[in-house]
Design a binder for this molecule. Structure first.
Ligand code: DGJ
Length: 726
């Protein structure tokens, strides 16, 4: 069992194969953070609390209780009582007083992992993981808080979440309920996060940790293009292979805050949870609030180990789709091929040509419903535009199937256009502040998914379409963020719940879709990759990574995304040149080699490709079938990053048994008078002999000395290299 309670020392030790997380009870009531890091084999470690240093616990030094609260390493810090660092929970009583004292009352250790009602979360059975529940109570308010920790037997992961229950007589208002907090001494940490914009998502950035607070957050109603619900503290020497990493990732798709705070004593508090901005949750007598899960990973072997831990956890204990371990159909999506300008003939022409070249599914993107011929109208009118698709959807799908292809379709179920039948009928279904103009974005409003009748109404339309034809795949898009936050139905003192209720409503809809259509392949999307997060992966095994399909732009986007998420989840397509977002020309094979690190597909008008490019499509679709099992199931190693070296990017996927690997090398920029380069490989078995392009190498040679890449003439050249045990 991974969790030990040392009764004598009043210490909990949560062990994973290589890590230990420790919590101590002080004064019989305070839960203090003791340790997180490399696995400790000794059980008697209470000395790590520094109890013999002032200011001492309140039972010994009540007059300085404030100092204790403000400098002790708190496991779940509270607002209002004397800890001036970032709190994890803030509760306002019905009388308006803000403060709580959640004192420890007991614990349970259970095999397996409880579900989090209505929320996505990692899962595991009795043989996979063990859960610690720490019970705390505020006597005055009658509020009970359960801190949940799960450790996985085979993975260096600790997951956390929090359940708040009102056992008192009166309602309380939760003004903040974060999901995780760790306090530790600074070790010269640097802060790592993922930042970007539309078409430039999840670029890795590292910055020094200074005094004060540094946070990464979103209060856009979704996890966002700009900042990502991931935060890591890394020691200064960190590389892919060495250094310490403390990482947190949120299994949630709405507002979040991830923060580090370095204080006067050089201690660091790292927190993550739902952003308190715009959040107040009324908890009536008998009600409970569940805070979403944070996944914590510690690695003492650099970023690469952290990455592979996340990948393994998410592939084995988060994604539920039956497609997770299957080759996904190679799809062709008509968005960049036609945008809104298509009809049934155009789609069929694409399908006919694509099916000849090894492509397996046609996805009809935005523009098939209502009277939508631009992004100005019709969201919410989920019925087929028969002026565009003459003969209707069923006929089109049957015709596409005749070519040997499957059929997929695009929806944006969370939205409503001001110019739509739905809005005419139900103007109150949009999120809005009555009396104010609703802020438009892409000429659309957001549906009020806090209301069941809205969910039911829209879901029914989507479901009817899916029943009307043989549809294998849905791309679920979300193209704007939330504004003018208000619901026409929620009472005044529950308006602060909208952001979170919205996310719960969206999860509910997706769950319903999966229950009703268990064989549907769902791909999430949000104006590219604004909602590429662990929460959405619970519902869909793949997510459209970015609207930027340029192979070179994609290097940094996919590097940042693959820092946490398995490459099998990354929606990646080959598109035409000049690229529609940046205008760059890249070789067709480089576009294919980069998209191969993902779900793989096409986003172009295949009827207009040259003969040579069509030939390349044939070769790429064959390569996909050859390599996808390895890419999907193998271990990902980042070898070099052109973000850091300005010239070349490379990565490898190695099979779990280390017998096979696939290496991709992209020379982003040619260098005048440049020599060849040695790239040191990773993940191979030092003692095995491997063959590469007809030559044999010992694993250790490839790991320590590297493989040689000659300097090519011209930018954007790339290679995909097979490595196989002899
Ligand atoms: C944003 C998506 O990322 C695109 O792929 C496309 O589906 C458009 N929306 C359609 O409006």
């Amino acid at each position: 069992m991974g969790i030990i309670f040392n009764q004598k020392e009043q210490v909990f030790l949560l062990n994973t194969p290589n890590t230990t997380y420790g919590i101590a009870i002080a004064d019989d009531k305070y839960l203090l953070h003791l340790y997180y890091g490399k696995r400790l084999e000794q059980e008697s470690v209470r000395y790590l609390l520094r109890e013999d240093e002032p200011p001492f616990v309140p039972s010994k030094n009540l007059r300085e209780k404030n100092s204790f609260l403000d400098c002790a390493p708190m496991e779940y810090p509270e607002a209002g009582m004397g800890d001036y660092r970032e709190s994890a929970i803030s509760i306002r009583s019905i009388d308006g007083y803000r403060g709580s004292e959640l004192f420890y009352e007991g614990y349970d250790i259970e095999e397996g992992k409880p579900k989090l009602e209505g929320l996505p979360a990692t899962w595991g059975g009795a043989s996979d993981c063990t859960t610690l529940k720490l019970y705390c109570k505020d006597q005055l308010l009658g509020i009970k808080v359960t801190l949940l920790y799960t450790v996985f037997e085979q993975l260096d992961v600790v997951t956390r979440s929090v359940v708040v229950e009102n056992h008192g007589e009166d309602p309380v208002y939760l003004e903040k309920v974060l999901s995780a907090c760790i306090d530790m001494d600074d070790r010269g940490f640097e802060v790592m996060g993922l930042f970007g914009s539309w078409a430039r998502e999840r670029h890795i950035q590292k910055m020094p940790l200074g005094y004060g607070r540094q946070n990464i957050s979103s209060f856009k109603g979704e996890s966002s293009h700009q900042e990502h619900p991931f935060l890591a503290l890394v020691t200064p020497e960190v590389t892919q292979e060495v250094g310490e990493v403390y990482a947190m990732n949120f299994v949630y798709s709405g507002n979040f805050i991830a923060q580090v705070e370095k204080n006067q004593f050089d201690s660091v508090r790292m927190t993550m949870g739902i952003h308190p901005e715009g959040f107040t949750w009324k908890l009536d007598k008998g009600e409970r609030f569940v805070a979403p899960e944070v996944v914590m990973v510690y690695s003492s072997e650099g970023l690469g180990k952290m990455t592979r831990t996340f990948h393994n956890l998410y592939r084995e204990h988060l994604i539920r789709s039956p497609y997770l371990h299957q080759k996904r159909p190679i799809l062709i999506n008509n968005w960049e091929a036609t945008y809104f300008d298509f009809d049934e003939k155009k789609l069929l022409d694409i399908a006919k040509e694509a099916s000849q070249l090894g492509i397996e599914m046609l996805v009809m993107d935005d523009g098939w419903f209502g009277h939508r011929s631009s992004d100005n109208s019709s969201l919410g009118d989920w019925f087929v535009n028969e002026n565009k698709l003459k003969g209707g959807l069923h006929q089109l799908v049957e015709n596409v199937k005749q070519t040997g292809m499957k059929f997929g379709i695009w929806f944006e179920p969370e939205m409503i256009s001001p110019d739509s039948e739905l809005f005419k009928k139900h103007p109150d279904w949009a999120i809005q502040i009555p009396g104010r103009e609703i802020t438009q974005s892409r000429a659309q409003y957001v549906l009020d998914l806090t209301r069941d009748e809205v969910i039911d109404g829209v879901y029914q339309m989507v479901s009817d379409v899916l029943h009307s034809a043989d549809i294998s795949y849905v791309k679920w898009d979300m193209n704007r963020q939330l504004t003018t936050i208000g619901s026409c139905k929620l009472p005044a003192d529950r308006q602060g719940e909208i952001y979170h209720r919205y996310v719960l409503g969206m999860y509910k809809m997706q769950e319903r879709l999966l229950q009703e259509f268990p064989n549907l392949l769902l791909e999430n999307c949000s104006g590219g990759g604004a909602r590429f997060d662990a929460g959405m992966l619970y519902y869909s095994p793949q997510i459209w990574c970015s609207d930027d399909t340029d192979a070179i732009e994609r290097l940094a986007i996919q590097e940042g995304t693959a820092l946490i998420y398995p490459v099998s989840t990354i929606g990646a397509h080959v598109s035409v040149c000049p690229n529609h977002t940046v205008g760059r020309e890249t070789p067709f094979d480089t576009r294919g080699n980069v998209a191969m690190l993902g779900t793989f597909g096409y986003e172009l008008d295949i009827t207009k490709l040259s003969k040579e490019d069509k030939q390349s499509v044939c070769e790429q679709t064959k390569q996909y079938h050859k390599y996808n099992d390895l890419v999907r199931e193998g271990d990902y190693y980042r070898l070099t990053s052109y973000r850091e070296n300005s010239y070349y990017d490379s990565w490898m996927i190695v099979s779990k048994d280390k017998k096979k690997a696939l290496l991709t090398y992209v020379q982003v920029k040619a260098r005048a008078n440049g020599k060849s380069r040695f790239v040191r490989l990773q993940g191979l078995d030092a003692n095995k002999t491997y063959t590469i392009q007809g030559k044999e190498y010992l694993g250790s040679t490839l790991l320590y000395a590297g493989l040689r890449f000659s300097a090519e003439f011209g930018d954007y050249k790339s290679q995909m290299i097979e490595i196989e045990e002899v």
